[in-house]
Design a protein around this ligand. Structure first.
Ligand SMILES: Nc1ncnc2c1ncn2[C@@H]1O[C@H](COP(=O)(O)OP(=O)(O)OP(=O)(O)O)[C@@H](O)[C@H]1O
Ligand SMILES: [Mg+2]
Length: 251
């Protein structure tokens, strides 16, 4: 069994509780472009972390690096999920290790119904939430289970993308801009389900341009600016700190 964390030398890791997901001194590149420039942060089991920052700050690149996708290349650093070294894994291994990424474009598979999209996620272990449990969480998906996934509304497609991640037995849910393009009433609905998922013990990282909504949901926040972390603290601290919000979040 691999067990490493407790990177006590990192400035961002003052908390005493052991982290569930630890990113330590991660550096990522797209070809020659140096994007994530030595990022370290912790996510504790059962918490929601908001990963925020302006356009181009490196949020998506950070999530893709953690998920071990081919692009970007992570040239240095460590990523640990529940004592497993993700930095030594390929994307499919990270997925089996419990990483559930919901990408910004949702990736609903054309030609498949809602239910088939979910069943496809459960084709191989580790299997997570049952279809019944997912339809309890998202009743709209249950009502539309025979409908082709890509004909759903944007909000429903986002729900399907989240449900599909939960259909596998994941340890951490990484959400890239789940509220993008959605009406406030749909954002309310998704926020409510994310709270429910947290109550079931899930650990979540949410990237959002809608920083206020993300901060209302999150326990803690990390702010990125040009590939470096400029803040690591509670969500309440960010909401109370006008200078920080206007400098890095434009809110
Ligand atoms: N495939 C790529 N190839 C080269 N550079 C890229 C690629 N994807 C992103 N970048 C660059 O990396 C930097 C960080 O991009 P990233 O998408 O991680 O930012 P972000 O914080 O998610 O921004 P946004 O809020 O716009 O989604 C930007 O300068 C971007 O232009
Ligand atoms: Mg992005």
């Amino acid at each position: 069994m691999n067990v490493r964390p407790d990177f006590s030398k990192s400035a961002n890791m003052a908390e005493t509780a052991p982290a569930f997901l630890s990113v330590y001194d991660m550096h990522s590149y797209y070809g020659e472009s140096y994007i994530v420039q030595g990022v370290s942060f912790n996510v504790h089991e059962g918490e929601i972390l908001a990963l925020l920052g302006r356009n181009g700050a490196g949020k998506t690149t950070t999530l893709r690096s953690i998920a071990r996708l081919d692009d970007p290349q992570v040239n240095q650093g460590e990523i640990w999920l529940d004592h497993q070294p993700l930095h030594l894994m390929k994307a499919h291994q990270a997925s089996i290790a419990g990483l559930g990424l919901v990408p910004e474009d949702r990736r609903i598979i054309p030609g498949l119904t809602v239910e088939e999209n979910l069943q496809l996620a459960q084709i191989a272990p580790p299997i997570g939430w049952s279809l019944d449990r997912l339809y309890d969480l998202f009743p709209r998906l249950g009502e539309r289970r025979k409908q082709e996934g890509i004909t759903l509304s944007g909000g429903e497609q986002q729900m399907l993308a989240i449900a599909r991640a939960l259909a596998r037995d994941i340890k951490v849910l990484l959400l890239d801009e789940p509220y993008e393009g959605l009406a406030p009433v749909i954002v309310d609905e998704i926020e409510k389900t994310l709270r429910h998922v947290k109550e079931q013990g899930m650990t979540t990282v949410i990237v959002e341009q809608n920083a206020v909504r993300a901060l209302q949901l999150a326990d803690r926040a990390v702010i990125l600016d040009t590939g470096s972390i400029v803040f690591d603290g509670t969500a309440a601290e960010v909401l109370e700190n006008e200078a920080l919000r206007s400098e890095y979040l434009a809110i």
